[in-house]
Design a protein around this ligand. Sequence first.
Ligand code: ATP
Ligand code: MG
Length: 213
Amino acid sequence: MTGITIALSKGRIFEETLPLLAAAGIVPSDDPETSRKLIIGTNRPDVRLVIVRASDTPTYVQYGAADLGIAGKDVLLEHGGDGLYQPLDLKIARCRMAVAVPNGFDYEQAVQRGARLRVATKYIQTAREHFAAKGVHVDLIKLYGSMELAPLVGLADAIVDLVSSGNTLKANNLQAVEDIMPISSRLIVNQAALKMKRELLQPVIDAFAGAVR
Ligand code: ATP
Ligand code: MG
């Protein structure tokens, strides 16, 4: 492909990327919320968008099926970042990764007495590193969504999840007890594509960089 393929997930990443695309003179021809198309054209004949699952974005870019992509730091940490150049923090889709427990569970005390904790999460790598650095012993349970349910039905003592307003936690009688890291989305670039098609990709990267500030 001689043009540019950009991998995006629908929802907040797509929405928050529209102004960045506009800054690069790129306007999508369809809205992925209403269209069922997985390949979406743009006003530029040489630029197309592919709509992927958020956690699949790094994989498409790693293998060169997309030249560029936008992925959350949460997703990039789990993927590992192999074959990806990450030139820009786009400061979109901002939230934080946190440990949460049921209201009334004394997390600090459990940590201090060296209890072994069962932690449910979609973010196994990040959780493993966090608790290892703290010297807390954990049994990690991999989930793919709705982590908030796990402590409510006795699957886990705690969860590691993304938090923004905290309303979902509150609605399920949970509370954040420890921040792990702030999260935002990054521009990711296939390293080989950047070498082969720099004259095509660099202006888009520069336009995104200009729009972030
Ligand atoms: P899927 O819905 O396919 O399972 P997902 O839930 O990770 O995947 P999104 O909800 O679109 O997909 O989230 C995409 C990215 O947006 C996440 O990887 C994360 O970086 C960020 N994000 C997730 N939740 C929030 C939030 N509540 N506020 C702000 N940013 C968020
Ligand atoms: Mg989601």
